[in-house]
Ligand binder design. Structure first.
Ligand SMILES: [Zn+2]
Length: 346
């Protein structure tokens, strides 16, 4: 029996056993080469290290470091394949700068097929984490300290959460010129203005360090979707052109619909849910969106659009209890800067 031998993968010892995590030194890796390393991040109950896979793909020429993360929610898989495809097809001799990719950020969640960290917390609500905090907070802190200081720009790849379906869309701060440009170059069908300065997302932790960052939401959880992977790969390559890392032109196929906000519509009763709209559909105020029926097929309730909008995401699971999210509705329109209120003079 013969098997093709796999290339060796280094363990990158970038921190002492106890104490602070230091950032990965991208400049210490060879140019015009891809280096695959496991970075020790956290300790298991058995006392041995839990490591996170980092890929340092350095081009032949100098340039920015583009950070790309996936599976921060452990069951959101399309981003892993987007990273793999970009790297498979990349000619490093033509690259100016470096891709620093982390295809699986949440190792325990990925192993368990779960969105969450071991302790049940959502990592993407607690960045930049705490060195003396809860388990997920310490993991988030270790990851942020190892990764964020090394990058100039961040693309954080996600999908819908369990039981929901997403279009290919981007969350960004539309009012920030740098992140607006990144979002447009990603060429999604929808761009959702999502500033959330106080949120604990990795994107906001990057922004607090002055690193422009966007979140790319590519389809559905727990599956690989070819179309989403192709769209994601195009997004990454376009952004590399924008940043001057690759020569070429931005490959734009659609004009994204800009949403200044969005809200999830929820059921107010239980029942078997039947939706009457499609992902990406523009809906009008008072349009019928969903119907619930009981176990005898009797109609219970109808749900109508509260306003005009575009469908960003929807429920996949057709069983509702009161409060079930069934339609993620974007409000179409460019966000505007709020003017400061004039002081009243007496
Ligand atoms: Zn996610």
């Amino acid at each position: 029996m013969s098997s093709k031998s796999l290339p060796s993968i280094d363990i990158c010892e970038i921190r002492p056993r106890t104490g602070r995590h230091t950032a990965i030194d991208v400049g210490s890796f060879p140019k015009n080469e891809r280096s695959d390393v496991y970075v020790p991040m956290y300790e298991r109950a058995t006392g041995n290290r839990m490591s996170v896979p980092f890929i340092v793909a350095r081009g032949a020429k100098d340039g920015p470091v583009l950070g790309i993360t996936a599976a921060l929610h452990g069951n959101e898989l399309n981003g892993i394949r987007i990273i793999h495809h970009v790297l498979r097809n990349l000619d490093l001799s033509k690259l100016s700068g470096t891709l620093l990719c982390v295809p699986i950020v949440n190792i325990p969640g990925f192993n368990a097929g779960s969105r969450y960290f071991t302790d049940g917390l959502d990592l993407n609500t607690i960045f930049p984490g705490k060195s003396d905090g809860q388990p997920a907070e310490q993991y988030a802190r270790a990851f942020a300290s190892s990764f964020l200081p090394s990058i100039d720009c961040l693309l954080d790849l996600h999908t819908a959460s369990e039981g929901r379906l997403n279009t290919f869309y981007v969350r960004t701060d539309w009012l920030d010129e740098r992140t607006r440009e990144l979002a447009i170059c990603a060429d999604p069908s929808i761009i959702l203005h999502s500033p959330k300065h106080g949120g604990g997302t990795l994107r906001n932790a990057a922004r607090r360090r002055g690193i422009p960052a966007i979140t790319i939401e590519a389809g559905n959880p727990s599956v690989f979707q070819g179309k989403m992977v192709i769209e994601g790969e195009t997004a990454v390559l376009n952004i590399m052109v924008l940043l001057g890392m690759l020569k070429g032109v931005v490959n734009s196929s659609s004009r994204p619909v800009i949403c200044d906000s969005s809200k999830w519509l929820r059921t107010t009763g239980g029942g078997i849910l039947e939706t009457t709209f499609k992902l990406g559909e523009r809906v009008e105020k008072k349009q019928l969106l969903a119907v619930t029926r009981d176990a005898f097929d009797r109609k219970l309730q109808e749900y109508y659009a509260p306003s005009d909008g575009i469908v960003i995401g929807k429920a996949a699971y057709p069983v509702a209890i009161p409060g079930t999210r069934f339609c993620h509705l974007g409000s179409i329109g460019e966000p505007k800067l709020l003017k400061p209120k004039k002081r009243q003079t007496k």
